[in-house]
Design a protein around this ligand. Structure first.
Ligand code: NAP
Length: 259
């Protein structure tokens, strides 16, 4: 299926690795020109080279922290008028709610709620004026079913989700869609770290923790980042204009609800 995106421009945040990178790769494969970001310049440049070679797409890079004002200003200066914005950043650390003081909450809200909202605020009117825009926020399955050790993520991402539920209905008339993609377990560095922490906590081998997660999933496996990236590209496509304000859970069916 041609996604109808050739020649469009996209900002993909936090995209040197993992799910952000997979979204960038899938968009580039559709002929989208990219600006990809991450804090670490070396990995970012190496990812940009890989994407250029595998897709022939134009890929610009911006090394910086998307959770800071300066980082976002640099992104917007480099691409002020994107057709597509994929919001992403690292997730907050796990812990016990008693450990999280006001500063910890401000940091989590800054990264996983305020940063995406500020980028949306900066680009959404331009998208509406051009009568086309696609915004995808990478959130988490924690929005659907809270993960006790990730209370900062549960709270911050749900705040973003509530805001998007309202805003998405305000801009849809102008051809702009905003949706959230909620990953379950995907094979990225972040997941490796999470499984390693669980292995250390329970004194078990990492392989056992991973095998347990695979066995518990209805698909019998962990998700592949390329599956996530392609779903993101479809949400950005010309065919997805009637998908508005949705929270699309990609977890292999792990969440057991009927809806
Ligand atoms: P990952 O493999 O660790 O990759 C994270 C990417 O984000 C890297 O490119 C990293 O590069 C960049 N990044 C992190 N913080 C950044 C910042 N402040 N500014 C700019 N770039 C930043 O992680 P992932 O698994 O793809 O996860 C992506 C998001 O999905 C996270 O919020 C995570 O919590 C969430 N999630 C993931 C899963 C999963 O199973 N993988 C499940 C649920 C939710 P630098 O470090 O160089 O900046």
């Amino acid at each position: 299926m041609d996604l109808g995106l050739k020649g469009r421009k996209a900002i993909v945040c936090a995209a040197s690795k993992g799910l952000g990178r997979a979204c960038a790769e899938a968009l580039a494969a559709e002929g989208v020109d990219l600006l990809i970001t991450a804090r670490g310049a070396d990995q970012l440049e190496s990812t940009a080279d890989d994407i250029r070679h595998s897709t022939g797409a134009t890929v610009a890079t911006l090394a910086g922290d998307v959770t800071t004002r300066e980082g976002r200003a640099a992104i917007l200066a480099a691409m002020p008028d994107p057709d597509i914005l994929v919001n992403n950043a690292g997730g907050p650390p796990p812990g016990d709610f008693r450990d999280w003081d006001e500063a910890a909450w401000e940091k989590a809200l800054g990264a996983n709620m305020i940063a995406p909202i500020m980028l949306i605020r900066a680009v959404v009117d331009g998208m509406a004026a051009r009568r086309f825009g696609r915004i995808v926020n990478i959130t988490s399955g924690a929005v659907k079913a809270p993960i006790p050790a990730l209370g900062l993520s549960n709270g911050a991402r749900t705040g973003l989700t509530g805001f998007i539920a309202g805003l998405s209905r305000q801009v849809a008339r102008n051809g702009v869609t905003i949706n959230n993609l909620l990953p379950g377990h995907f094979a990225t560095d972040r997941l490796k770290t999470t499984f390693a922490a669980e292995a250390a906590r329970t004194g078990r081998p990492v392989a056992e923790v991973m095998a347990e997660a695979e066995a518990a999933n209805p698909t019998g496996r962990i998700g592949r980042p390329d599956e996530f990236g392609r779903a993101c590209a479809f949400l950005c496509s010309v065919h997805a204009g009637f998908i508005v304000g949705q929270n699309i859970l990609m977890d292999g069916g792990r969440f057991p609800g009927t809806m």
